[in-house]
Design a protein around this ligand. Structure first.
Ligand code: NAD
Length: 440
């Protein structure tokens, strides 16, 4: 089948590469000429496990191509995916500028019937807006071309995006048109083989499903973080509590890890966007507001723990930071707790020595000129002469470090563990002062 994917970010590139991998002829379009040039050369601009291999395979096979020419993109595909960003506006709403710009482009260049598929995370009603925008432009052209708009939100996780796309938990298809649903079923058949994961529903429900999933997960995290704060004050250990409640199958073990707050490009913006959507409908959503409030407070916790142990004024102090990405296996630093921490430390006069296995380029792009930051080649170099080590991301390689070496490098043997990756008794036995989240 001929597929066009507009937007080659985490979602678009994975979608395009996976659809090419199973045999489709895929053309990916992006406005970012530099990104397209790198992709054409087989260079994947983001860190995503397994993605470089399938992108290169797609290019070599001729099934995966890249262009900046939207007219070429619209002409190519029978399926036109929209996978552009929907960043938060200042008021928290999802900014639909890019999505609607692509809809306009589709209207301008459409020559034959197609299925337009919206993969971006968008507020309820956007499928209708996309349809209206395309229809309006077609009308201006006096072109009578049939098209469908399907809401098909994406549930992949950064860091496991290819695996998630290839073996999805569910494929949500939002459409009222049976024929469009059937076309989507055929397109997704290679990813839907051992049992039927395709769930067809109306577009509004499909759009809300994506937000509902993200706010559910964000709520679990914020609730655990709130309980961690209580545990700390009551002399309990949230890790014991986590194991205790996770054993209940109604609760389960997934997504109940306390930490230094959720980040990334999805949870923070999607919680805010749904809150905004609720306000538009005059409906009070105190729970969503609390989820966000708890998360914002949690993101300040690491700084508070450092200040409590060292001093309010951190001038002349050096803080080592392990982990910059918002979670392991990605280089994405959007809304990462590490950023809140480092920016707070800088405001207090501290110098930061940081290490992340894959997000160093991203950190350089974000903070290149920041003279109070040294990006170190390995985790131990970051510890050298530091007054404290703060762990922001639970990368595997941080889990079992050489504590004796760390102690000899750190000026003060002080660890703030924002992800509870160590056993407190063992770390203390190694001679460290150790503070974690919600643990005595
Ligand atoms: P991203 O910022 O990584 O990529 C978006 C891409 O779209 C960029 O390369 C940008 O240049 C391109 N673009 C913007 N306007 C364009 C236009 N008019 N024409 C062509 N290209 C254009 O974004 P992302 O993380 O891939 O997210 C895309 C959407 O998917 C968002 O709505 C997001 O909420 C949603 N989503 C993201 C994830 C995730 O884990 N990142 C998961 C599920 C859903």
């Amino acid at each position: 089948m001929k597929v066009t994917v507009v937007g080659t970010g985490y979602v678009g590139l994975v979608t395009g590469a996976c659809l090419a991998q199973v045999g489709n002829q895929v053309l990916c379009v992006d406005v970012d000429a530099d990104k397209v040039a790198r992709l054409r050369a087989g260079e994947v601009p983001i860190h995503e496990p397994d993605l470089p291999a399938i992108v290169q395979e797609g290019i070599v096979s001729g099934r995966l191509c890249f262009t900046t020419d939207i007219a070429e993109g619209v002409t190519h595909g029978d399926f036109l995916f929209i996978a552009v960003g929907t960043p938060p506006d200042e008021d928290g709403s999802a900014d639909l500028r890019h999505v609607l710009a692509v809809a306009g482009d589709i209207g301008r260049h459409l020559q034959r019937p197609v299925t337009v598929i919206n993969k971006s995370t968008v507020p309820v009603g956007t499928a209708q807006k996309v349809r209206a925008r395309i229809a309006a432009v077609l009308q201006d052209r006096a072109a009578d071309i049939v098209f469908d708009v399907v809401a098909n939100p994406e549930f992949l996780k950064e860091g496991a995006a290819v695996a998630d796309f290839m073996k999805p938990d569910r494929i949500i298809i939002g459409t009222d048109n049976g024929a469009a649903a059937e076309r989507m079923r055929v397109l997704y058949a290679p990813f839907n083989r051992n049992h039927d994961r395709l769930i067809v529903m109306d577009p509004a429900s499909a759009e809300l499903t994506k937000y509902a999933a993200n706010v559910m997960l964000a709520t679990r995290i914020s609730l655990m973080n709130e309980l961690a704060g209580l545990a700390e004050r009551m002399g309990a250990d949230i890790e014991q509590v986590r194991r205790g409640i996770g054993a209940d199958p109604r609760i389960g073990h997934a997504f109940i890890y306390p930490g230094c707050g959720y980040g990334g490009s999805c949870f923070p913006k999607d919680v805010r966007a749904l809150e905004y959507g609720a306000r538009q409908h005059g409906f009070d959503v105190p729970l969503l507001a609390a989820v966000e409030k708890v998360n914002n407070r949690q993101k300040q916790l690491l700084e508070q723990k450092v200040v409590r142990a060292l001093s309010e004024d951190l001038t002349g102090k050096t803080i080592a930071v392990w982990g910059l990405a918002f979670k392991p296996n990605t280089d994405d630093m959007r809304e990462a707790p590490s950023r809140i921490l480092m920016e707070a430390l800088w405001r207090r006069g501290a110098y930061v020595q940081a290490f992340d296995p894959v997000a160093m380029d991203e950190a350089r792009r974000l903070y290149g000129e920041q003279c109070a930051l040294r990006l170190c080649l390995d985790p131990y170099a970051a510890c050298e002469g530091a007054d404290a080590l703060v762990i922001c991301t639970e990368w595997q390689q941080f889990r079992s470090p050489d504590f004796a070496r760390m102690r000899s490098l750190l000026r003060q043997p002080f660890i703030v563990d924002g992800r509870n990756i160590y056993d407190p008794a063992s770390v203390r036995a190694e001679g460290f002062t150790y503070h974690a989240i919600g643990r005595p």
